[in-house]
Design a protein around this ligand. Structure first.
Ligand SMILES: Nc1ncnc2c1ncn2[C@@H]1O[C@H](COP(=O)(O)OP(=O)(O)O)[C@@H](O)[C@H]1O
Ligand SMILES: [Mg+2]
Length: 315
């Protein structure tokens, strides 16, 4: 199986979790993974578990699982949408990949390098693997009073010597040139010198994508990137994410609140219930009923029990 490493085309049916790799609703138990699947390009999550300490109704300290045995495969060249009711663990799954959630157990692999658990890899390997992952959020976190170009350059901070990155005006010329190329890829090169605050929400989200590109990320995580946008801007952002996956070979995963938007743009839908995968398949292999069931009262009951007792909602 090792011969498969690097040999599979993006989106190839042979890739774990690729378009041919899973069988639609209810496939959670039956999904087959290649033994070396985690070593193929893209993002691979195995048995992820995240627990937060909280208080039971009786006031005792208890651990609650926000993510409870989640598997996720996003091949290079693929756009995967994650769907599921509020509190089912979508944001926490994405945050785990970039080290923003307290992972209890499980494995995370990025482009064949293991990111979690920590002790399996050297600090340098981890730094490099983390650099390959960028995340964008619903609330675009750019510096509004800085220029578009400076914000995009900031994507490179993780790979610049500190002294060159402290002052924006010291961003080296070659980095500015690269940032301009990234802005061109999201269709905003002409806005480079505007302040971010002057742009519309949809344009700001595209600047956030350009910043991720300037980070030279190969895995892009997007947590409800369109929730604050109108339908036209949402479509534009989703088309951009699809282009980055299909034409540039990034592995892209987007948590989406709108199942129809997911159907329209994603190569594969992954549905979560109570911290794990419940549904996994290409849009035309997943029925609307199956998607609706993710949000149904029966499913939501589990979620409400978990969330009302929880102390904080971080997303
Ligand atoms: N920092 C935190 N502290 C305690 N509980 C949390 C924290 N972050 C998330 N949770 C809980 O974990 C569960 C999953 O949250 P989240 O991943 O944000 O859900 P989703 O993005 O699917 O709406 C929820 O019950 C939430 O309350
Ligand atoms: Mg969320």
């Amino acid at each position: 199986m090792a011969s498969h490493h690097g040999a599979l085309a993006p989106g190839s049916p042979g890739l774990p979790g690729g378009p041919g790799g899973s069988a639609g609703p209810g496939a959670a138990e039956g999904v087959l993974h290649l033994p070396d699947g985690v070593r193929s390009p893209g993002l691979h999550v195995r048995g992820l578990r995240v627990q937060f300490s909280t208080r039971s109704e009786a006031g005792d300290a208890v651990l609650r699982s926000a993510v409870d045995g989640m598997d996720l495969d996003v091949a290079a060249g693929e756009l995967v949408a994650i769907l599921g009711a509020n509190g089912c663990g979508k944001s926490t799954t994405l945050k785990s990949v970039i080290g923003l959630a307290p992972v209890t157990s499980g494995e995370v692999w990025v482009d064949g390098e293991q990111v979690l658990p920590h002790h399996r890899t050297s600090a340098a390997e981890q730094h490099e693997a983390r650099r390959r992952v960028a995340m964008i959020f619903q609330q675009v976190n750019l510096v509004r009073r800085r220029t578009v170009l400076d914000n995009v350059c900031a994507g490179a901070l993780g790979r610049l010597p500190l002294r060159r990155s402290l002052v924006a005006s010291l961003f080296p010329h070659d980095l500015r040139a690269e940032a301009m190329l990234c802005l061109d890829r999201v269709g905003l090169a002409d806005r480079a010198l505007d302040r971010v605050g002057q742009l519309s929400g949809g344009q700001q989200q595209r600047v956030a994508v350009a910043r991720a590109l300037c980070q030279r990320a190969s895995v892009l995580l997007a947590d409800e990137p369109t929730s604050a946008l109108d339908p036209a801007a949402s479509t534009q952002v989703m088309e951009l994410l699809a282009t980055l996956a299909h034409d540039e070979g990034l592995a892209v995963v987007a948590v989406l609140h709108d199942p129809e938007l997911a159907r329209e743009h994603a190569d594969r839908l992954v549905g979560m219930v109570a911290g794990r995968e419940r549904l996994n398949g290409a849009p035309d292999a997943v029925t609307r009923d199956a998607v609706e069931h993710l949000y149904s009262a029966e499913t939501a009951t589990v979620t409400v029990t978990r969330t009302t007792v929880g102390t904080r909602i971080s997303a």
